[in-house]
Each structure stands twice: as structure tokens, then as C-alpha cells.
Write a protein that binds this ligand. Structure first.
Ligand code: DX5
Ligand code: ZN
Length: 217
């Protein structure tokens, strides 16, 4: 599939989400950060906003659920038509069952890891997933500094994916910018989330192109 860019609307103007989506029509995905004030200390948006955004976005939605009990709440995002739904493994009670459910509803199933969560315990369930999201900041807020300590995990995830001959994508999220994206690509990531780098720029689409060019190397 090659390099994919997924701008995060967390850094966009929440009163103009349709414009935010339209401004990055050259990206592959629109990253939507759902936060519940329990799994992370911040509250953003939920299913009603995703339902409204789906028909308004020129590109598919990449929903990143930073919520407790995704087993209960995540399937509704797939039912609504979100093309990719990512849950945090730290919060999931039955990640295999949840991933199967998301896939059966027609969504790509993603599993996210906070910076201190290792990938090794999940080697055997990688075949149940379409994407692993390696967080490169502590989830909860945009505009944080990229954590270099997460790069070895990107590398190990890529090794495991190769070892098992899987098609799975590896996403990085947090502090991704023209300064950090090449390190992530070199470590084996292929889907890149960027919030503040894209939406705090005068021309978001230009940053999307720049990030893609840098990641493609
Ligand atoms: C943080 C979110 C990210 C956030 C990234 O918890 O998951 O998607 O929007 O923002 P930047 O790119 O500014 O670090
Ligand atoms: Zn995110």
C-alpha cells in the first residue's frame, strides 16, 4: 500500500470539521480522536459527530478510540460506516473478539499501544488485525513532543509483521512532523498521523504532500 497520511482533526477548528476534512482531500485518511475523559484526561467527540462527518468527508475515517470499554462502544463506529476503527489494547477486555467483530462489520480493525505497552505479548493476535497503532506520545492531547523511545517498538512490530508474512499496517501517532516522520518511516511505520503539523499550517494540503514525500524517502 505504501505511505499513507492521516491528518488528525484534533488540531482543527471543531466548528468547521467539514472544511477541515475538505482541506486535506489529498490525504489517505481523516484521523478522528475519540476521547472519553476516563481512558485519557480529555474529552473530544463521539459517535454523533462521526456519523455527521462520514458523508461530509472526501476521504475515509480513521477512528482512534481513546476510551474505556471499547468492547461495548467500538462496534457502533464500524456500524456507522467508519472505514477503520482502532481500540486501545490496554482498555479492551477481549481484543480478539472485538477485532473480529469490527472486521465482520466491514471496518479495518486497529489495535493501539500506549508508549509503555509492549508489542511482544500480542504477537499471536497480529493476524486478527489490519493495523497496529504505536503511540509516539502519551494519548490525550495534540501538540506534544515526539517520544523517540517509542521507535524501537515500531521496529519490533515491523519485524513481527514480516516474520509472520502479514499485510498489517503500522501507524504512528503523536508529534509527527517534517522533523520526525523520516525516523518513523525508517523504523517501519507506513501510516502517519499528524495533527498540529497539518492543521496549524496555513496550507494543510501542502504539509500532507510534504509529509508524504519525506516518508517515501
Ligand atoms: C493524541 C492523539 C493524536 C493527536 C496528535 O492523543 O491521538 O492523534 O491529534 O497530535 P499531534 O500530531 O499534534 O501530536
Ligand atoms: Zn490519534
Amino acid at each position: 500500500m505504501g505511505v499513507q497520511i492521516s491528518p488528525s482533526i484534533l488540531s482543527a477548528d471543531f466548528a468547521r470539521l467539514a472544511d477541515a476534512a475538505a482541506s486535506v482531500a489529498n490525504a489517505d485518511w481523516l484521523h478522528v480522536d475519540v476521547m472519553d475523559n476516563h481512558f485519557v484526561p480529555n474529552l473530544t467527540l463521539g459517535l454523533p459527530v462521526v456519523e455527521s462527518l462520514l458523508p461530509a468527508s472526501p476521504i475515509p475515517l480513521d477512528c482512534h478510540l481513546m476510551i474505556e470499554d471499547p468492547d461495548r462502544w467500538a462496534p457502533a463506529y464500524a456500524e456507522a460506516g467508519a472505514q477503520s476503527v482502532t481500540f486501545h489494547v490496554e482498555a479492551a477486555h477481549a481484543p480478539i473478539r472485538l477485532a473480529r467483530q469490527l472486521r465482520s462489520l466491514g471496518a479495518r480493525a486497529g489495535m493501539a499501544l500506549k508508549p509503555a505497552t509492549p508489542i511482544e505479548p500480542y504477537e499471536d493476535i497480529l493476524s486478527e488485525l489490519d493495523m497496529v497503532l504505536v503511540m509516539t506520545v502519551e494519548p490525550g492531547f495534540g501538540g506534544q513532543k515526539f517520544l523517540d523511545v517509542c521507535l524501537p517498538k515500531v521496529r519490533r512490530t515491523r519485524e513481527l509483521v514480516s516474520k509472520h508474512g502479514l499485510e498489517l499496517w503500522i501507524q504512528v501517532d503523536g508529534g509527527i512532523s517534517p522533523e520526525t516522520i523520516e525516523r518513523c518511516a525508517e523504523a517501519g511505520a507506513d501510516v502517519f498521523v499528524a495533527g498540529s503539523a497539518v492543521y496549524r499550517a496555513d496550507d494543510p494540503a501542502r504539509v500532507v504532500d510534504e509529509l508524504r514525500r519525506l516518508a517515501e524517502g
